[in-house]
Structures are given as structure tokens and as C-alpha cells.
Design a protein around this ligand. Sequence first.
Ligand code: SF4
Length: 377
Amino acid sequence: MAGLYLHIPFCKQACYYCDFHFSVNTDIKAELVKAIIREMELQVHYLGGEPLETIYFGGGTPSLLTEAELNSILNTIYKLHPVAPTPEITLEANPDDLTAEKLTALARVGVNRLSIGVQSFDNSVLQFLNRAHTADEATKCIDAAHQVGISNLSIDIMFGLPNQHEAILYKDLASAIALHPTHVSVYSLTVEEKTVFGKWAQQGKLNIAAEPEAARQFEVVMDTLESNGFTQYEISNYAKPGFESQHNGSYWQRKKYLGIGPSAHSYNGDTRQFNISNNHRYVQALSGGKIPFELEQLTRANKINEYIFTTLRTNRGCNLAVLKQDYDYDLETVAGKALARMVANNLITQKAGTLLLTRAGKLVADQLALEFFASEK
Ligand code: SF4
């Protein structure tokens, strides 16, 4: 089983924190959809005939696609690939696009899961982030999604924002829970250099939450969602039983996936492909029958480190036997001292040959993973 990711690189306006690949100029949207279809045709053999169990429209803002555009993409997918009987078809959407008509159209084309970029239910926070929607639009679109029968809903919420008081975070989480999502993704703000926030930070104009404050907010997130029936199955992702994102899961289960569109990545177990992050050059190359990408051959160390980095963030943990069997990597020999220290400091537990992060470990997950990494030799 494999996954397909489609990157739709357009947005109505630029959120001040975002460094994903997108353009606010939608003039070439129709040409880009044609290029996406062309790329899918050229990449038809990439997954080796494995059936698709997940299809994921990410971005950018895929909810800017029309019903006809979505239909032409989905029809191409079904024409080119075997598809599992009940695939998870997710579309990332912004609340201002999700009118009742749009939601009905999405249900009609087969979208059965929405990942809605709410970020906050506080209008002053939304304005500060330069989001294009209001809190009221977010609430209404989620109710409307339930009404058209799309009930597998994920809500994105942010924390660790400048001037975000804990009271706002409590309100955001309570508002999200009250709308009965099956899944909540909660991200802390990362200030990226080439964003408006990045510039403000360089100029000393951004009051970034201090580490202890962000850590306290992360604890609030975990406590609140867990006490409301959500399982933290990955550091930033919480789901009701049976509603973990299958598409995200395929990344840490090392399943193959094909990424289509500007800036999309593909993975086949041995290589990673990175498409160009430029809409015009992407369209131009595809019109000449070429996919503009760079190829990275994964080394043994790359594979080991990706396995450690991704699995340690999940509640399935990092399985030491898999590292030994698949990569001949004995983590306990290579990094035994670091592991013993982390266990003694209650950052990691070791159960049946699997490493799992504790609450305290989740606050510093990436630093811990780095200490287990293999080096290139
Ligand atoms: S809508 Fe999403 S992809 Fe577009 S700028 Fe905002 S956060 Fe980035």
C-alpha cells in the first residue's frame, strides 16, 4: 500500500509565519493543474503498481481548487493507479473557502477527510497571523462539514505565539473540542527566516514566547486533549480512537509515497525526489515533458536517522530490533551511554525493545533523537 501527495501551491494571502511553498498569484492555476496531471502520467510507474490507500491534497490551499479541477485530478489518479476500496482522501482547507456549496462539492468528488487550518478561535490572534478567515467562519464551516457528511475532520491549532496568553490557548482548545473533530494537530510557532515574522524577529519587533512558557503551553495542550479522549499518537497529532491520519502514518511506517506538484517530495525506500519550488518553472518543464526534480540517494545513515527521528515522535516508538534487522545498527552499542542517561533522567522508557518518549522527553524530542544518530562512514 502506498500514498499520493499533491501540492497545490496557491494561497489567497501570505500568513506571516508560513514558509511553505505557495504563491498568491493564481493566474496560472489552470495550467498548473494540467502540469500536475502530466506529472502523474510521467510518474505512473513510481509506486510499482502498489495500490493507493491514501490521497492527500496539501499546500498551499487546496480548497482553492474548483470541483472540475479536483475531478480531473482524481479521475487521473483512478485511471493510473489501483486504489484501495476505501481510501483516505484528505484535503487541506481554509475556513473562508468552505461554504456549504463548496463542502457539498468536496463530498461529491470523494473527499472524505478535511484538515482545516483554523490556528486559533481568537480574531485578534488570526489578524496578527494574517489569516484570511475569522473565528466565526471557522466554527460555521466545521458545523457545515458535519451537515454534508464529512465528519472525519482535523483541526489545526497553534501555540507558543507572540502575546498568546494561556487563557487564549485554553479557549482555542475548548472551542476545537466542542466542534467534535476526530483529529487535532497542534503546532508550536517556529519563526522561519524568510517570513514576515522572521523579519520582525531580526528587527527585534517580535515578542517570541520564552522556552519555559512554550513548554508550559505544550503541557496544557497534552493535558487538555488527552482528558477529552484524544490520543497523542505523534508529538503534534492527536486523534480519537481509529482516526489517526493514515497518510501521516505512512511517513513513519516507511511506506512509499509519490509527491506531485511544485516542492513535493517522493520516497521509494532508497531515494527521495524533490520537485522544484517554483510554479512557473514547474509548469514550463512539464509542458516540455520533463519533471523538474533533484534526486537524493539515501545512505544507510540517512535511513537509520530518518527511522529514529520519525518513530521516536510516535506512540509506537523506535523499535531497536528493526534498526538491527533492517540496517545492522545496534543503537544500544553505539549510543548506550546516552540512552542510559535519558532513561535515568526520565526522558525515555524502554519497553520490550522499543524506546518511547516520556512527557518530559516529548519537550526535547528532536535533541534526543540527534544523540542516537548514525554517522556517515
Ligand atoms: S494558508 Fe497555509 S500555506 Fe497558505 S500562507 Fe497560510 S499557512 Fe501558509
